[in-house]
Design a protein around this ligand. Sequence first.
Ligand code: C5P
Length: 314
Amino acid sequence: MHTVTIEAPAKINLTLDVIGKRSDGYHELETVMHQVNLYDRIILEARPAGIELATNSSQIPLDQENLVYKAALVILKKYQPGAGVKIYIEKNIPVGAGLAGGSTDAAAVLAGINYLYDCRLSRQQLLEMAAAIGSDVAFCLSGQYYQPRPGVLLGQGVTAVARGRGELLESLPARFIPYILIVKPDFELSTAQVYSELDLESVEQFPDTKSFLQVWNKGDIINISVYMANVLESVSIRKKPEIGIIKSRLMETGALNALMSGSGPSVFAIFSDEEAACRAYRVFKKDYREVYLTSSYSRSEAVASKRNPINYGD
Ligand code: C5P
């Protein structure tokens, strides 16, 4: 097989708590991440040498700055020295949005090169490489799972509590959230800057992660919205008040709850019924270019393809 196509889904943070600052400059996290049905498509083509990037987007770099490039370099250098790859990124996930668009592409490239060159790396080896590339990459990689037919990799749609820098994962039972509306305002936020401006003393609402997990484990999708909270929200809203306005407007349209994802600026809302979700979509579409009515990421093909798990070598 000389090419492989991989779906790389975005994530939202259903909760995000910062426990403290670490000596390495990162923050100790406890966050529930959930993959949604908004995905980039990555196509890899085996090449005798070099790493070449192409995309349909004008917003992402095509050099070493791109996490995808870093991921390809790390895995090829270590496990397939001398070989190259051409990477096409079909960008559908908004960039600089708090939805892990760059991280999920990097994770897809790790899983894809492992498959393309039959490296047979264990999931643990891939997860370690992922964590070294970026804090969200390990979570994204943990969703890369199924090979429904030769040359195609699909995820299984994961939800996990991420701790540490974000790389220590505890997977949670699969739950399907049917109506998720994501609104991405027309600006980007720097994750590093948002974290650097976080003052834990002044945070008003910390998530109750324990209660969230109890409700999640019971499968009570309506009530998870009660426990959604993100400590980075106040920092990002201070920098960009429009995030707070989007959140209030989403609540006015009948959302069960609305929350900023990651360090922002995307805000997502959960709805209990299709009609309210579609109405809200139409309202926001008048004012924003990047509005997505989606759901949890889940692939029915994944069930059939359990017979063909990716050969991870473990
Ligand atoms: O790991 P990643 O490159 O995605 O992180 C981007 C930036 O976000 C880091 O350089 C750091 O400033 C901040 N960060 C943090 N604590 C984390 C994750 C990210 O301070 N757990």
